[in-house]
Ligand binder design. Sequence first.
Ligand code: SF4
Ligand code: SF4
Length: 269
Amino acid sequence: MEKPRIGIFSLTGCGGDQLMILNLEDELLDLLSHFDIKSFQEASSYEETTTELDIAFVEGSVSTKTDLERLKEIRNRCKLLIALGDCAIDGCVQAMRNQQMTIAEKMRKVYGVEEDYYDVLEPKGLAAHVKVDIKIPGCPIEKTEVLHAIISLLHGDMPEAIDYPVCVECKLNEYPCVIIEKDMPCLGPITTAGCDARCPGLGLDCIGCRGPIKDEANAAEELNLLSEKGFDFEYIANRLRFFGGNFEEIVKLTGSLKKKIGEGGQTDE
Ligand code: SF4
Ligand code: SF4
């Protein structure tokens, strides 16, 4: 039987999601032997640029016109498109200042000119531009999650999306809640689970690195909760925007930061 043809690609991002696939170490050779790999940027300089693909894994956000052209070209030649990691899902940290400042304002602030010398766009996830079939969250992704997704696909099944928060994993592990016990500004209640509550398990607060849970995260209630704990609006807003800069409810909630950032430049976490 012919092996599925796959490609693994990067747009704007740190390359950490491809690295997590390479970090599969014990399973990697066996796993990849089930596929016909046509592109894997971090693993090999070999690339077939026009071959039709069964599955394309794309990490990174669409942050330049070059990214957008590349994404459309990949979408046109693959059957299944997988957004790999937070950048590809919703823009991640690159999106922190979207809606706060225009590209021209950023150019003026950083370089003192307004001309667009670069081909930049407001950082967005892949789904803002093309159809995405599967999303695997994380910054970076969990290697076991991508392994399970690939195994599901090999069996002809679609991987199941996680639609519950980190708090659920905290409870399952019987970790003490760091909001209640330590008054820490944990974002676990609105963050997509799947990391086994790694940070609360170490006594740390969740900073939301797996992104807000799509259609479920109640950012307003998180803001109320942390306000009651004494954290100020600007601090919470910056924290929410760190991995949720394109998340609709967070954009609405934190809109009032715009003026402050535009005038003051830096709003430190
Ligand atoms: S520590 Fe954070 S993730 Fe865990 S239960 Fe409390 S709020 Fe939720
Ligand atoms: S920041 Fe939150 S989502 Fe990310 S690994 Fe820690 S607990 Fe998990």
